[in-house]
Design a protein around this ligand. Sequence first.
Ligand code: ADP
Ligand code: GLC
Length: 481
Amino acid sequence: MNRLLFVASEAYPLIKTGGLADVAGSLPEVLRQQGMDVRLLLPAYQHVLESIEPPALVAEMTLDGVPLRILSTRLPGTQTQTWLLEHPLFSQRPGNPYHDPHGKPWSDNADRFALLSRLAAAIATGQAGLDWRPDVLHCNDWHTGLAIALTHLHESRPRTVFTVHSLAHMGLFDRATFERLHLPEHFWRDNALEFYNQCSFIKGGLVYADFITTVSPTYAGEICESPGGMGLEGLLSQRRERLVGILNGIDSQVWDPSSDPRLEQRYGPDSLADKALNKVALQASLGLAAVDDRPLVGLVGRLVEQKGLELILPVLEQMLACPVQLVVLGTGEPRYEQRLKAIAAAHPKAMAVVLAYDETLAHRIEAAADIFLMPSLFEPCGLNQLYSLRYGTLPLVRAVGGLADTVVDSTAAALADGSATGFVFQRPDAGELLAALRRAVALWYDQQRWQQVQRNAMAQDFSWQQSAIRYLQLYNATVQT
Ligand code: ADP
Ligand code: GLC
């Protein structure tokens, strides 16, 4: 059980739109360090090819009549050998991997990710003519779910693990697309890929994988029930004994306030006063008032319903009056972007909104803010609250998915026993969010206790080591099945 093919549609730092890239950019490397012979397989997006040294050619082949090439590179900053699927569907497509410039899914996404899946399945079943073949095929999210189903068309197939980073995207395509892809007719069944008269790529992973994992224990439970299962709860609860929640880790080198090169001022748990210099610098760079009499709240993420925008917007003015300053960095649905911008324009000294994807600013906000806002409606794991804990920026979260598993509310008891690391509210209710923020602001004025909670937070260990061992155990368990 030593050779692993890990397949994803994005991996940091080559291509990233969200947390999946953070996971695919760090977990394979940790598994490699723990002794596995790993290949990471990604599409060779135009942006990827432009950002790396010329890669080596591994193979040239024709898959179901489609000519393609496999190129090889190392994932920057790691020793992970990375194979890139080169085909014009990826290499001649600038911009976002999934969407056109208007935010609409590329119309040929089914063909694009079916091709990625076909290649993964061909490598995994020894049909790609390579001299390397995995013992375990580990696929992630809907883009690669079909690969696992396709391995079942072969007698000799590796063990398979499918990780759900989010059920919200199921890779749904119509019957005509299913036919165009020449998928076997028996896949068009309820106990295969068919889902309410559509073809669902994610079901390829959920139905056929030896083990399904998801990225937190709480989310593993939530998706076996309605509404968390989004219609797939029946299938998932049937496979409950094959479904495991393994919490994501973080790349503790990329996200380390004591060595982060992107920060104005580095700091650690014993030099918390230095953290404040990051706040001063951020206030100046974003045109916020240079005040130190109120906490700065940060929000970094996709501006979509999942992230709790419907809870924030109705009470945003009341939040500012708590009082706090607020910095938002993100891109997403135009209706949220516009409303946030409009409120910020009315309070330029108290609120700044940056509608961009900006890694450096994301790190600077993590370092500068006092409180990190993440009131998600659902959250399979969430990485930003983990970065926030490491940066001593106390997360304010809703008790859902991975947020419930990683943040401990600052109740009187948790403050007393030293377990408090942030602020947690229960129901998806704007009033509850506001009440939690008021509690956070009140504690901020008690700097001695606040700093104790910051130190509790910074002492949490969410590095990959423990979680990677859980994956190794699971790979070994696939043999016994
Ligand atoms: P999700 O994957 O649901 O978007 P996560 O919390 O798991 O949520 O991961 C989000 C990742 O994407 C984090 O690394 C976060 O810093 C990053 N991110 C999201 N939006 C932006 C942005 N506008 N600029 C920079 N980084 C961002
Ligand atoms: C998804 C989820 C997020 C998770 C990430 C990485 O994008 O929305 O909660 O942290 O995947 O697993």
